[in-house]
Design a protein. Structure first.
Length: 302
């Protein structure tokens, strides 16, 4: 019996989700259909592949061993076939899934959507959460075209491109009683209470590390999950927030707020783009990556 190659992408999604319900939803099929596919996968690969646990399924050692091989094989096949195809953005009707972190979603995605509306009106975008780990973005199974954010220890199956470097700045309310002028001192910074942007999972680096490196203390009063909440909180409190400088530049037009440089140099943090090796030679994906890179370059400036 010849192997059914259509089952292999299902295998990769299950490896990534570790949950039959979520995997079925991502694949756009019913749970019974996915269970049937899993049964056929087990017969084809001569292994249970996944063992049921309380909150999902756990891959067997053989499944762990097969996953990178299957991903690489599908990538090579895609590169061979798709690399021969031309891509016309004006006529294209593809839909791409992108996993931006909260910074990229707030700053890069709006201009990207505007650019695609002009250059590729038939192309659709779907944004999914960046998650606590790159495995949650959909990159491992190549169901997501891109992830954009800070790449920490990416697996060998991903290609990473550096887009830009960002710095930090501070915002307080315009009539803050303890902050006069256009600067905030180290003493003032450490006296104030702060609004904190929660990073996803292990990505507790960047600002946290920079503050520790400079020995700068910060008392966090409120932690939020999205940048949009921060200016609204700062505008009605005496709190301070330390944010990416380009977000602060956007907020500078808000008369309720005042943008200040950080009291000490906190260095820069990278914004990267990653994609699965199977899309290395795909003309459509290559075009999309070029658009993202151009948007980031225009945003960062000279």
């Amino acid at each position: 019996m010849r192997p059914d190659l259509n089952l292999l992408p299902i295998f990769l999604v299950l490896m990534e989700e570790r949950n039959v319900t979520r995997a079925a939803a991502r694949l756009g099929i019913t749970q019974p259909a996915l269970s049937n596919a899993l049964t056929r996968l087990r017969e084809m690969l001569k292994d249970p592949l996944f063992v049921r646990e309380r909150y999902g399924v756990q891959p067997t050692p053989k499944a762990e061993e097969l996953a990178p091989v299957v991903a690489a094989a599908l990538g090579s096949l895609d590169a061979l076939i798709l690399g021969q195809q031309a891509f016309d953005p004006a006529r294209a009707t593809q839909r791409f899934t992108i996993a931006p972190n909260s910074y990229a979603e707030y700053m890069l995605m709006p201009p990207l959507v505007a650019r695609l509306r002009e250059r590729a009106p038939g192309v659709g975008l779907r944004f999914v959460p960046y998650g606590a780990d790159l495995a949650e973005t959909g990159l491992s199974s190549a169901t997501a075209a891109l992830a954009i954010g800070r790449m920490v220890e990416p697996p060998d199956s991903l290609i990473v491109q550096h887009l830009m470097d960002e710095r930090h700045a501070c915002i307080v309310r315009a009539d803050h009683p303890l902050v006069d002028g256009d600067r905030i001192t180290r003493k003032q910074y450490e006296r104030l209470k702060h609004v904190n942007m929660l990073p996803p999972g292990r990505l507790r680096v960047g600002l946290f590390t920079a503050l520790e490196r400079q020995g700068l203390k910060r008392e966090v009063a409120v932690s939020v999950t999205h940048f949009m909440a921060i200016p609204e909180i700062v505008a009605v409190t005496d709190y301070c927030a330390t944010l990416p400088s380009l977000i602060c530049r956007r907020l500078a037009s808000d008369p309720r707020l005042k943008v200040l440089p950080t009291p000490v140099d906190l260095g820069t943090f990278p914004v990267d783009m990653a994609w699965h090796v199977r899309y290395r030679s795909d003309p459509a994906h290559g075009w999309l990556r070029a658009q993202v890179a151009e948007v980031a370059q225009a945003l960062a400036g000279p």
